[in-house]
Every structure is written in structure tokens, then in C-alpha cells.
Design a protein around this ligand. Sequence first.
Ligand code: NAD
Length: 370
Amino acid sequence: MPGKPKKACIVGSGNWGSAIAKIVGHNAARLPQFDDRVTMYVYEEMVNGRKLTEIINETHENVKYLPGHKLPENVVAIPDVVEAAKDADILIFVVPHQFIRTLCSTLLGKIKPTAIGLSLIKGFDQAAGGGIDLISHIITRNLRIQCAVLMGANLAGEVADEKFCETTIGCRDSRLAPLLRDLIQTDYFRVVVVDDEDAVEVCGALKNIVACGAGFVDGLGLGDNTKAAVIRLGLMEMIKFVDIFYPGSKLSTFFESCGVADLITTCYGGRNRRVSEAFVKTGKSIKELEDELLNGQKLQGPYTAEEVNFMLKNKGMEDRFPLFTAIHRICIGELSAGEMIECIKHHPEHIPKTTYVEEDETATETKTTG
Ligand SMILES: NC(=O)c1ccc[n+]([C@@H]2O[C@H](COP(=O)([O-])OP(=O)(O)OC[C@H]3O[C@@H](n4cnc5c(N)ncnc54)[C@H](O)[C@@H]3O)[C@@H](O)[C@H]2O)c1
């Protein structure tokens, strides 16, 4: 995309939205291929009697969602999403997934037809006909623009602290990949681009379900071995899910930051794990805990578990994904957290894959080959 400097807009300003605004603002100011001014759509709310957009534009800090970190001064907070996005060449979507359809319908016909999207949103939406929709597909369909994805082991607070980490961009169009990488990469935030877009996005969504399982393990006080078993079985279900529903994806994608690395970090550090632990310990509902513990931030795991279950149930496949199914049933109160362990004791992964050779046959074989 040679020519005029590209304008970037960040659609969203939560914890991750603000952390990525820090990076994008910094890169836009220093690199000639980008316009200095970066707009950031902020869902307006009052904080201590003042509008959040005014606070951000005056103090350059998102005091509600990323307190203690300065945003670059070229990042401008705007409460109207159409105003924020209308001139942008690159739209970075980073809102909780439950808001994406409404935002797309507000933006339809109001953005540049040549704009490209980059979705940082982890989650799915229910599709008509009993399946699930990837968020990047919803953006592409509803806004009629291309949309790549960025997922990785990227807890927002640590990225904002500039602690080293990696991330994965899934982008099918090799002409766009360098532009997106340059906008996002810094010396502490390293980008690997792969073309396996759908698998990257599915990893980012599914790991939040597994994180709930890890939180249940912590709530039950079961220890690191049990948590490792949940992480491993979760990874196997993620691979199976991609294999069945997104055939043609690559196994190697699971070894990028968006795969096993994000799974591990979320199962130790993320909000889904934390709330799920509290769910077991307090007996309160997920919704109550989300309101109580997250200060306006949104949970993804229980909703993603519900969306995945909606599809698995429709396809008669719940038994093939016992961990995802158990986690969903625990979140909605159909099972107790302790029953998750019962469900995974008999996981299909534990069915022997090799046929054991009888002892005397081994002896014969040893004699023959020896
Ligand atoms: N926080 C992280 O560490 C992290 C890391 C990687 C990916 N993500 C993903 O990024 C996405 C955004 O998460 P986040 O952490 O930036 O957000 P968040 O959960 O911290 O904050 C919620 C955001 O939603 C906004 N909001 C509330 N009601 C709204 C509405 N009706 N319409 C539009 N916006 C509304 C709030 O103003 C706030 O900006 C999620 O999909 C999440 O899974 C988060």
C-alpha cells in the first residue's frame, strides 16, 4: 500500500485496547508510512464525575481501564465511533466480542471502502443455522473489508509495562502483512506473521474456555499437576476443534504465541482464570463476580464456552469435547466444579492409541528380529 501515510484508528479502549494504543501511537509517530494522529474510539462513560474521553485527552491516561500508563499524545480519544473511524486506512478492532455486531452496523457505509481491519478480539458469536461465526468474518461480511487477526500471550498490563512478549498476526494477504507488522511491532513486542488466519483466531477464543477450567482447578485447590492436565486436554480439544471445523489449518500454528503460549499465560494470569477460581471459592454467579471483580472489564471464557456448546450440541458432538462441555455446564450451574475432574478422567485422550502386544507375542517378535 504505497502512497499517503496510512491513518490508524483503534476501535475500543478497554484494558487491551489502551495497551495497544500505546504501541500503535508510538509507532505511528515514528514511522513515515503512518499518519501521526491515531484516533481511539472510547465508549463514553463518566469516571469521578468527568467524561472518560476528556480525561484521556487531557491527562493521556485511561484511568479506568489502564491506570498508571501514559498514552502517546498523538492518540486522540473520540466518543463517536463513526467520527473516529471515518478516515482510517487501518481499523484495529479491540472491543469485547459481544459489541462487535452493533459496532459494525453503526460503521457500515461510513468507513473508507479501501480500509483494512485487524481484529484483536478473542471470542466467537453464534451464527444462524446453529454454528459459530469468527469475529473477523463478521467484520469482513458486515463492513465489506479484509480483516486480519492478532492473538498471542499478551496480558495487557504486562504489555503496557513493556515486558518482553511475542504475538501472532494471522494474515492471508502477504502484501498487507508487513504494514500491519510495522504498526504493531516494537523491540519488546515481537510479531510473527502466519497465513493461517482462522486457526490463529480460533486459538485466541478457545483458550479462554480452558482458562476457566484452570481457575476451577485453583478454586478446588488441586495443584499444578491437575492444572497441567487441564491445559493439555484443553490444547488437544483446541486442536481437534480446528481440525474438524477449520480443515486445512496447520498444526504448527498451535506452537506460535497465539497457541500454546497464550494458553499457558491465560491459565496462570488472566481474568477468566481469576473469576473462575472465585466462582468455586465464593459460590457467587459468574455475572456477579464479573461485576464485582473486573471494574467494567468483560469476561470472555464463559460466553465463548456457551457459544461453542451451542454448536457442539447442535452437531451432536458434546461427547467429543468433554472438557469444553463440562466447563460450560459448570459456568451455567448444571455441574459442580468438582465434577469437571470426573468428566475428564474418562477423556477420549485417555483411550489407548496403541494396541499392546501380548507378552508371549513380544517374546516371539524379539526372537525373530533379534
Ligand atoms: N485485556 C487483555 O489482557 C487482553 C489481551 C488480549 C486480548 N484481549 C481481548 O481484547 C478484547 C477487548 O478487551 P479489553 O481488555 O480491551 O476490554 P475490557 O474488558 O478491559 O473493557 C471493556 C470495554 O468495553 C467497553 N464497552 C462497554 N460497553 C460497551 C458497549 N455497549 N459498546 C462498546 N464498548 C463497550 C468499555 O468501555 C471498555 O472499553 C477482548 O476480546 C479480549 O478478549 C484482551
